[in-house]
Ligand binder design. Structure first.
Ligand code: GLY
Length: 284
């Protein structure tokens, strides 16, 4: 069976036309599947068009808090609400490889990143700061954070501001071994401290002996359904693409997408636009 790396640039992605996803998958290639998926996610975190790493969206209070995760069979690492680092996915990999834990959050994640040598970094861009100003400009003064959240949702429904979902992710099957990685700035509008699906094992990411699955979309909905583990647990019961389609059908109008690889299949599906591509290569 071919070795494969599959990348996505997020359901609802506005960046889908610019970066060459197949090129990203090809550049990230490594004989180690974990290195491949981390390489792919780092490339997308460093591309300000995606809502991950540089270019992540701002929260209601103007902060940028990012989530990221990596997994190989039996091992998992994630960071939750990490701030002021360039590549959250690399810190998540270090959580998996250098600590006895599976998740680090907030200031603990930042302190760990600094101890690992990750320098302070501002992931905001002119575009993300402008988007935040546009968002805040539509909101009345004197509202509580919860009231602001409700106002933001109204502006999104009315099409006055965009709802960014360009989470990034990758799954790989290389020489029969699997790995998965995912990273996001979150799904706007968000309160400070909000956690989505990305750093929760089984929700936005799952990797086991039978395959690797990564999700994108509205984190709350994905986490409530434990989407990636549900898909993983059905592997072998029908074609992979059908499993993904059936699980995404439960999301109704809520955006959701998945990429996945198994021992003998690779598939993706989303209920919105999703920058996705697959790079397949036979190793010598
Ligand atoms: N799927 C990304 C998030 O909701 O945070």
């Amino acid at each position: 069976m071919e070795n494969i790396i599959l990348c996505h640039g997020g359901v609802g992605s506005k960046a889908r036309s610019a970066p060459d996803m197949n090129g990203i998958a090809e550049k990230s290639w490594n004989e180690d599947p974990l290195k491949s998926v981390v390489n792919a996610v780092v490339i997308m975190e460093d591309d300000p068009q995606f809502n991950a790493g540089t270019g992540s969206v701002m929260r209601i209070d103007g902060s940028i808090q990012m989530d990221a995760a990596v997994s190989v069979p039996g091992r998992f690492g994630s960071v939750i609400g990490i701030e002021a680092v360039k590549n959250p996915v690399m810190v998540a990999r270090d959580v998996m490889e250098k600590t006895p834990h599976i998740m680090l959050s907030g200031s603990g994640a930042v302190e760990f990143a600094r101890r690992c040598g990750y320098m302070e970094y501002d992931p905001s861009t002119v575009k993300s700061r402008e988007a935040y100003r546009k968002m805040i400009g539509g909101i009345r003064d004197g509202l509580t954070e919860n009231e602001k959240y409700i106002e933001f949702q109204k502006l999104i429904r009315e099409g006055i501001i965009d709802e960014p979902h360009d989470t990034v992710g990758a799954v790989a099957r290389i020489n029969g071994k699997f790995a998965a990685a995912v990273s996001t700035g979150g799904a706007s509008p968000m309160m400070r401290g909000r956690v989505g699906d990305v750093p929760i094992p089984g929700a936005g990411i799952y990797c086991g002996q039978d395959g690797a699955v990564v999700a994108t979309g509205i984190g709350e909905e994905i986490a409530k359904r434990i989407l990636c583990y549900r898909i993983y647990s059905r592997i072998g019961s029908m074609p992979l693409k059908s499993i993904i389609e059936k699980e995404i059908a439960f999301f109704g109008d809520n955006l959701a997408g998945v990429i996945a690889v198994t021992v003998n299949e690779a598939a993706y599906f989303s209920n919105g636009t999703m920058g996705t591509d697959m790079f397949a290569k036979r190793l010598p």
